[in-house]
Design a protein around this ligand. Structure first.
Ligand code: NOJ
Length: 578
């Protein structure tokens, strides 16, 4: 396997993929027409730096903390670390408001720490993907300070300004603003500036070629340091019609339709690809995937030279409230898989830093079922086609913390919405109930390393409360338990790594109308796996329509798997069909 991976790496590096990798595929008898790439076979582990490990006792995770846990990450068997933004930032949005793209956030450390981190990552055979936040910058970035200073500043058109004597610009929805108004009036030059996110996150003007060159320069700076990829934050929003036409009344209820794919987005991505991606062996993933399969393909199909893979939200958005319909869930994953079966490549994920915890949303965090359902979700993500993205702590089955008061929360949009409701007389109790399930802070509590003070995350006061269930859920205890979520996750990772059919193999949904169980096969070159997953807290029957007498179980989240035809609560089993 290692040998195959090295061949694949060399192939992609010297840009002769179509010919030489085809040769390799034929040699190894693996999917003759499959275009193998390291980033398709990789498993991405997402680290939210603020919450992973603090090394200096200020209560905020940092780069040295991550360095001290690289062996842990390596031990998971994953290949790539995706780091949320670590650039200089006043932290209005935890680093998604960058004030210097070539600097390191002071709470996180120094550039020397970064260099050591990258070396530590590469020394272990891992790769690093960095967040690139260039739909907007911080309002404390030098560009914005200069842009704001006068209408004739050379930096004025690095951002979107609308002079007030023209009247109010046509409405634009802000995702994070207290009043959801994306135009902020600035008396200094009697003009409004645009911010799709918070007031402290002014949108950069991608129509300006000078700005685009600045961004490519920043990307080259990091690529020259040796990083292995970029995750493009909110990039679908970057291109805009700068005449700012009036949109139909009520557009904000479906603002994604208007924001997701601006007029020259593909041109900018092609330019970025020519200027940066094509010159380095880096992977690229967009946040989002446009509004349709056509958009998604146009972003990632290899012959278009834009991005490598899409990161579509339709599935992760299913569990917005407690309880979700498994038939819908299956339909969404199956539809996306079939649209990408022959062309293009997808990410597979159900959690990240913008979501509540995986097991609390898609599994069951009741102590009776938490462990089983966390293992079931690992089985699912790691047996689907696409590049799996795994969020730190989900390998332990970390849960939502159950915050009850607004003082427990740190997330800016959550706090802004609270203020908005207060000002407008909204239903605060209902809101507190909702955010207990859905706020982004649910997924940002410190990594539960052990039972020492503050879960082994910090010796100081953590920036956000730790989860009180750390005695039951922590890495140290799970290391020692061969049956833990953590060790199950490692087993599942190994299984994927050893079976390329789980990466590239054809996906077929079985027992389609079963409302409780998700059943499918993955097959490639004569190897076939049957995956049986009971998403409910009760015994269920399944009918895969496959004779299993000659099959063997290769993984199961119960000590003894059920006999074919039935599944225990949250049971997950994979058979190799012989
Ligand atoms: C998407 C990121 O994932 C989210 O965390 C951030 O708040 C917004 N983009 C704005 O950058």
């Amino acid at each position: 396997m290692v040998k195959k991976l090295i061949i694949s790496l060399i192939c992609s590096f010297i840009f002769i993929l179509p010919f030489s990798c085809k040769q390799k595929n034929e040699e190894t008898q693996i999917g003759k027409d499959i275009d193998r790439k390291w980033w398709k076979e990789a498993i991405v582990y997402q680290v939210y730096p603020r919450s992973f490990k603090d090394s200096d006792g200020d209560g905020i995770g940092d780069l040295k903390g991550i360095i001290s846990k690289l062996d842990y990450i390596k031990s998971l068997g994953v290949d790539v670390i995706w780091l949320n933004p670590i650039y200089s930032s006043p932290n209005d949005d935890n680093g998604y408001d960058v004030s210097d793209y070539r600097g390191i956030m002071k709470e996180f450390g120094t550039m020397n720490d970064f260099d050591s981190l990258l070396k530590g990552i590469h020394d272990r055979g891992l790769k690093l993907v960095m967040d690139l936040v260039v739909n907007h910058s911080s309002d404390e970035h030098e560009w914005f300070k200069k842009s704001r200073s006068s209408r004739t500043s050379p930096y004025r058109d690095y951002y979107h300004w609308w002079n007030a004597e023209r009247g109010k610009p046509s409405p634009r929805y802000s995702l994070f603003d207290i009043n959801h108004d994306a135009w902020k009036y600035d008396s200094l030059t009697n003009a409004y500036y645009l911010h799709y996110f918070s007031r402290k996150q002014p949108d950069l003007n991608w129509e300006n070629p000078k700005l685009r060159q600045e961004v490519y320069g920043i990307m080259k700076f990091w690529a020259d340091k040796g990083i292995d990829g970029f995750r493009l934050d909110a990039f679908g929003f970057a291109a805009k019609d700068t005449t700012f036409p009036e949109w139909p009344k009520g557009y904000e209820k479906n603002f994604m339709k208007y924001y997701a794919m601006g007029p020259h987005l593909h041109d900018y991505l092609k330019e970025m690809n020519a200027e940066v991606f094509s010159k380095y062996n880096v992977m690229s993933v967009a946040e989002g995937a446009g509004n349709s399969f056509e958009d998604a393909h146009n972003l990632v199909d290899a012959d278009r030279n834009e991005l490598n893979m899409a990161y579509a939200f339709e599935a992760v958005d299913i569990a917005k409230r407690e309880g979700y319909d498994l038939l819908h869930f299956k339909e969404v994953f199956s539809r996306w898989d079939s649209a990408f079966a022959d062309k293009g490549w997808l990410s597979v994920f159900l959690a990240n830093h913008d979501q509540a915890r995986l097991v609390s949303r898609f599994g069951n965090d009741d102590p009776a079922y938490r462990d089983l359902s966390a293992k079931l979700l690992a089985t699912f993500i790691l047996s689907m086609r696409g590049t799996p993205y795994w969020y730190y702590g989900d390998e332990l089955g970390m849960t939502n913390p159950g915050f009850t008061k607004i003082e427990d929360y740190r997330d800016m949009p959550t706090l802004n919405e609270y203020k908005h409701l207060k000002e407008t007389g909204g239903n605060i109790d209902l809101f507190l109930q909702e955010i207990k399930f859905s706020s982004r802070d649910n997924g940002r509590t410190p990594m539960q390393w052990d039972t020492s003070s503050h879960v082994g995350f910090t010796t100081g006061t953590p920036w956000i409360q730790t989860n009180s269930n750390y005695k039951m859920i922590n890495a140290s205890a799970q290391e020692k338990d061969s049956n833990s979520c953590l060790n199950y996750f490692r087993k599942m990772v190994r299984l994927r790594k050893e079976n390329v059919a789980l990466v590239y193999g054809k996906y077929t949904l079985l027992d389609k109308t079963n409302p409780d169980a998700y059943v499918y096969t993955r097959e490639l070159d004569g190897k076939k796996f049957l995956i049986l997953l009971n998403f409910k807290n009760k015994n269920v029957t399944v009918d895969p329509g496959i004779d299993l007498t000659k099959s063997r179980i290769i993984i199961s989240n119960y000590m003894t798997a059920s006999a074919p035809g039935s599944l225990k609560p949250y049971e997950a089993v994979i058979y190799e069909v012989l």
